[in-house]
Design a binder for this molecule. Structure first.
Ligand code: QUE
Length: 332
């Protein structure tokens, strides 16, 4: 079983159970998750839900490898993203306390399963990222919603660079709600299962974000992708950000900047519907296959992007990704 459901003392416990694939979410898991959440919403014996990843990690994202291997314009491409995004909104609208344990890797699709819940517990091993610009995709699962609502251009920075965040910074940026030391996680889980309460532990870990870096991001990660590149190219920046961005997929960067700039006053539902259109276009561009090959199949990490730089991006093509309707729009 790729996903497990148990009821323990009026707590519904969901365990993502593909530890060898870092619990990456596939269509089967998303469908079962959604069905169970519907059932638990109306089941009066269920008072709360707990979401866990089996093994050392919470969830590495969507099963984008299978999505790619399913071929051009496949049924899986249409189904997977519609079921996944509907589940993201379902979690947002779920009426009972929903808590996720962010152990180990928490990326992309894993963020979408947890960030709309009520509680996200970070621990010593937590590594959070929205890394999709590395695979020719874009920060989806409502990335346009939650990244556009983070202050100081930090969401734009995280979406473009895919930078990893750890526990202290996740708390500082209000992406996580509580910290728990690794050796106390079982206690926290048991307590939540018994009475829904959550122990608060003092965090000792330090921030990886200096004030200087925070200010640099705030001052430079606004505007379109060309403005952002100009800002960081002309500054002699110590954070190596320009270098990191140059290895990301240029079309992904342009899409991500436009998406986040357009989304700050949109609802999650509107964001997911827009992202669905983009998901169908982006997973059928060659860059997506190139990114999956480079990062997840051959793992050489040297994709050849087309276009190869943001300067070669045709604005018309970029606009069309957003505005040209598809024949299976998502209506949530
Ligand atoms: C960007 C991504 C993903 C990624 C790496 C990126 C992603 C994803 C995985 C992943 C990792 C390990 C697995 C697996 C998937 O990695 O979405 O099945 O075993 O799912 O740079 O967007």
């Amino acid at each position: 079983m790729e996903i497990l459901f148990e009821v323990k003392n009026s707590t519904g416990v969901i365990t993502l159970n593909r530890p060898k694939a870092l619990n990456a979410l596939n269509l089967n898991m998303a469908m079962q998750f959604s069905d169970k959440l519907k059932e638990w919403e109306y089941d009066n014996t269920i008072e709360r839900v707990l979401l866990l990843g089996e093994g050392k990690h919470f969830c590495a994202g969507g099963d984008v490898k299978s999505v790619h291997l399913s071929g051009p314009f496949s049924k899986l491409k249409r189904e997977f993203f519609s079921v996944e995004y509907a589940l993201n909104l379902q979690i947002k609208n779920f009426s009972k306390p929903f808590l996720s344990i962010w152990q180990g890797v928490v990326m992309g699709g894993g963020v979408g399963l947890s960030i709309y819940g009520d509680y996200r517990i970070v621990t010593d091993s937590t590594k959070f990222a929205m890394p999709e610009t590395s695979i020719g995709f874009f920060p989806d699962v409502g990335g346009s919603f939650f990244l556009s609502k983070i202050d100081n251009n930090l969401g734009m920075y995280l979406g473009l660079t895919g930078e990893l965040l750890q526990s202290k910074d996740l708390l500082n940026f209000n992406l996580a709600t509580h910290y728990c030391p690794e050796n106390k996680i079982d206690n926290l889980i048991n307590q939540f299962i018994v009475d829904g309460s959550i122990n608060n532990y003092e965090i000792e870990n330090s921030s990886f974000f200096t004030n200087e870096k925070f200010d640099f991001i705030n001052n430079n990660f606004s505007g379109n992708i060309h403005e952002i590149f100009n800002n960081i190219r002309t500054l002699n920046n110590k954070f190596d950000i320009f270098n990191k961005l140059q290895h990301k997929c240029p079309m992904s960067l342009a899409v991500t900047a436009l998406l986040i700039n357009n989304s700050s006053n949109k609802s999650l539902k509107d964001c997911l519907e827009m992202e669905y259109r983009l998901s169908q276009k982006m997973t059928n561009r060659p860059d997506f296959g190139e990114g999956i090959q480079a990062v997840l199949i051959e793992k050489h990490h040297n994709p050849i992007w087309k276009p190869s730089s943001i300067n070669e991006i045709d604005n018309n093509e970029l606009d069309k990704l957003f505005t040209e309707p598809i024949d299976n729009e998502l209506k949530l």
